[in-house]
Design a protein around this ligand. Structure first.
Ligand code: PPY
Length: 496
């Protein structure tokens, strides 16, 4: 590859000829401008210059090389011509650093809610908006927490709970917790190591990570960070170009991924208004060019990059997925007994009762509320639990008690997305490890208090879910969070 001087790159700083530098390589993106899922405006902001810093958090490293024909790979920037700009430390940088410095020490973090409070304080506003946002009026995201509060325990006593064991098997893979790390996208918005924080912590503690299609790290970087034999699952957004999906899925299987979770609740992305208001792609200062076709401005980071997802996906595609992989196939985002039975009858290996963390159809019911009718429907096909079909739930899970309720009601395991995301956004890998430690302690204590020595001793009669479908009345306030985390936070960070 030829060496290109910075001055030569700078000559291509317009819509008619647009070169950018990413990771020291020069690319001609002129013909790609209108195809960029995030719109042309954001690329033009960096026309003739280095775009690495903006590119990094929202693209895997290979996105540009995979999408741009090789004749558009111009060369390598001549390092001798790069003017080393001492990056100006802005007021915002200083403010963030002060917030990071003021984080409570990890041993003061005592539950998963605490990570959320710290993440809210330390994350750049755009990252917080993207991660925390949910659709429309954010009713479903609140309902996900509220639903757990409508299920009450019926603990049993005098059962010799000296030793208790909360380990399990998820889709044939050993797991130290009845919890897996659910997929959340764009990890580098929250921490420079992105999803690798999760991979490393999960490997060390015997927890299974579901890799997101839209990770900031590349799929192979994540696999390379895993320990030999570390079980991993893959979340799949199905591409309009099925060949891309086929290659991706088969590559994952070759690298040893054990299960494919196909996202089925996002034919179009929900309106996450907090994210949209951040105008992620239409940043102030972008060079607005004459005749620019840019319909993708001001819509938030998620909507900006979601156009590759195929809304035509249907039940007819299931046999095709079966034909391209031997991995377990699970549908992520099921809400009704009707669809649960269709998935079962299609020969799939499981479903996730999920509303996408409240980010898709607002006022959709919680996974927990959908669990009893779905288990009842599946029981018409044979005894439950069924070793060949798993039912997972996710959404709003922050406590071992949440997990134990779902397991008692028939779930096979439970996914946590934001809980672990906030742990690494605030403290990196150590934060994730701490979150596992917190959950372990909660499982140990709550299994004892419930009178179950292991997960197979959790039975439906250990919960009273009779109020689960009662939607009347106000959503209960998250009292503990309000009373402790927020107050604690406001004393630490009076400006937030
Ligand atoms: C989400 O944000 O809810 C996602 O599932 C990830 C995502 C990110 C960007 C585009 C589409 C989906």
């Amino acid at each position: 590859m030829s060496l290109v001087s910075s001055a030569a790159v700078a000559e291509h700083a317009s819509r008619d000829s647009c070169w950018i530098v990413v990771h020291g390589k020069v690319y001609d993106v002129t013909d790609f401008l209108d195809e960029h899922p995030g719109g042309s405006k954001i690329i033009l902001k960096y026309a003739g210059a280095d775009a690495t810093e903006a590119y990094e958090p929202i693209h895997p490293p290979n996105a540009i090389t995979d999408n741009l024909p090789t004749d558009k790979h111009i060369g390598t920037v001549d390092p001798d011509t790069v003017v080393k700009v001492v990056k100006e430390v802005t007021e915002e940088d200083k403010r963030r650093q002060a917030l990071l410095d003021a984080r409570p020490p990890l041993d003061e973090i005592i539950n998963l809610h605490d990570f959320e409070a710290v993440a809210k304080a330390v994350l750049p506003p755009k990252a917080w908006a993207y991660y925390s946002s949910a659709s429309d009026d954010e009713i479903t995201i609140r309902e996900n927490r509220a639903a757990f509060q409508r299920v009450w325990f019926r603990p049993r006593i005098l059962r010799d709970v000296t030793s208790v064991d909360w380990s399990t098997t998820i889709l044939g893979q050993k797991s130290s917790l009845p919890v897996y790390i659910s997929a959340t996208a764009l990890g580098k918005l929250g921490h420079p190591d992105g999803e690798l924080n999760l991979t490393r912590a999960a490997g060390k503690h015997g927890v299974i990570q579901m890799i997101p299609t839209l990770a900031s790290c590349s799929f192979d970087e994540i696999l390379d960070a895993a320990l030999p034999g570390q079980p991993l699952f893959l979340q799949l957004y199905v591409n309009r170009d099925r060949e891309i999906t086929k290659k991706y899925v088969q590559h994952a299987e070759k690298r040893g991924v054990k299960a494919l979770f196909i996202t089925v609740d996002a034919p179009q992305l929900g309106r996450r208004e907090k994210d949209m208001r951040m105008k992620f792609v239409g940043d102030a200062g972008a060079k607005v060019q004459e005749g620019q076709k840019d319909i993708k401005q001001d819509q938030g980071v998620a909507r900006a990059i979601s156009s590759f997802i195929d809304p035509s996906l249907s039940w007819k595609d299931i046999p095709w997925f079966r034909s391209i992989t031997n991995m377990h196939i699970i549908l992520k985002g099921v809400s009704t007994p009707e669809d649960a039975l269709l998935a079962y009858d299609a020969g799939l290996q499981g479903i996730v009762l999920s509303n996408h963390g409240g980010r898709q159809l607002d006022t959709a019911r919680s996974g927990l509320e959908n669990l009893p009718p779905i288990i009842a429907a599946l029981k018409t096909r044979g005894p439950w639990p069924n070793p060949n079909f798993s039912v997972f739930i996710d959404g709003g899970v922050r406590r071992a008690t949440d997990v134990l309720k779902a397991l008692a009601m028939g779930a096979s395991a439970v996914g946590i997305g934001r809980g672990f995301l906030y742990a690494f956004a605030s403290y990196g890998q150590e934060g994730v490890e701490k979150s596992f430690q917190i959950l372990r302690e909660e499982f140990e204590m709550n299994l004892r208090l419930l009178g179950a020595r292991n997960l197979s001793e959790l039975t439906p009669d250990m919960v009273d879910a009779s109020g689960l479908h009662q939607h009347v009345g106000l959503t209960p306030a998250d009292n503990l969070f309000n009373a402790t985390c927020k107050l604690h936070l406001s004393s630490l960070y009076p400006t937030r």
